[in-house]
Design a protein around this ligand. Sequence first.
Ligand code: 5AD
Ligand code: SF4
Length: 476
Amino acid sequence: MILDMTRPAPLQEPERQHHFIRLLKEALEAEKLATGRQRTYSITTMGCQMNARDSEKLCGILEAIGYKPAESEKQADLVIYNTCCVRENAEQKVYGKLGYLKGFKKQNPDLKIALCGCMMQEDAVLEKLKKSYREVDLIFGTHNIYKFPELLATMEESQGGMIIDIWKEHGEIVEDLPSIRKFGFKASVNIMFGCDNFCTYCIVPYVRGRERSRKPEDILKEICELARDGVKEIQLLGQNVNSYGKGLEDPITFAQLLKEVCRVEGIERVRFMTSHPKDLSDELIRVMAEEPKLMPHFHLPLQSGSSRLLKAMNRHYDQERYMDRVHKLKEAIPDISLTTDIIVGFPGETDEDFEETVKVVREAGFDSAFTFIYSPRIGTPAAVMEQVPESESKPHFDRLLKVLEEVIDQNNEKKIGQVHKVLVEDESKNGMLTGRTEQNQLVHFEAPKSMIGHIVDVVLDESKTYYFIGHLLERE
Ligand code: 5AD
Ligand code: SF4
């Protein structure tokens, strides 16, 4: 690929990146004319919704340049891994994949490999990649995703070697770069980046930087554009949405932002994640009860039911405060579904601590939960605390899953026969369609594919614990 790097690049963002998008696009068009082939990419996203949203931005940039999605990773000209480092097994997966890609590169020396995301922000990872994974062409982090066009141009211009651009600190929030969406009818929107909470087990504040909020006008502009494009459901994303707006010139609360978002015409459903129990305000609960567009689902990470462990985790709430929030939510929004995250085997966890978690799971009556065995992350305070052996954490983990399934089944039973409004999302593996209720619960049901993207009435017939089987409500 030949890039015309003689043209001066603007210094301002996002104009600078648009300049590199144009350069790359022209070069790819020329290449396509000469070879008859369009370049392809494959991207694998690990981890959370934040990474999923970042990948949409990377895909948007690549497609603006003229890349198209490859049919398989094996056939791609550019392979990207957007990595996660919240637990160790996610990191191991990346090293495994790199070993496998090394083989591809031997067969196709033109293949380019790029790595980005949270794992790249760790010094030890970078050292290991530099030493043992020389086949990687480009490495960038979480703070400079927006610079992807410029980094691609630098990679194309370099004569081999690894291009590394990792920032230790975040810069300005750069708006108005291309992005694509997985679905036409629902979209995720970042409202803030980073986290200041420093839970003692968590690496996120070290790899995603300090908490900063996008301006409400930028968020609302994006949502209005999405609504014009036909998006019906919006999911607002942040590590701790309850503290949205704190550092802004004109501070605004998350509840106030939600009200504004609900006013956008065309948007029918609004969701958000993630909330921190310590910051969950009465104002937010009130707005949730009042605004019909706010869906009755709340993801409220518990982490542990033991007040002693919550203190050691630096969570700034205890069991009592957590349950107070749960009761307030259920009182204000009786049909609310509650989901959570739970860690088992945090340093020092005893049988008694674990029983406290089981107690909260039963009392809160969760509708679903993500459960994790504690994974020590280098650089976090909990990594140097006294660890719990797997022989103790694994049986607890298995028991927690059993209790959760029991609790979820009890909740689901009560919903059998009910009619729910379902946003139809996709085809499911069993040949049915799949969608989500207002409570964010999955339902599979028979219906024509033309219903994808529409909100339809579905009767819930059977619970399969993590989803329901239902049927379309026939209209007379
Ligand atoms: N070990 C296990 N689980 C973790 N989480 C965060 N850090 C760790 C860790 N070191 C879990 C928390 C968080 C979710 C996204 O991942 O439950 O809410
Ligand atoms: Fe990690 Fe705690 Fe921040 Fe969530 S709130 S991202 S668990 S530090």
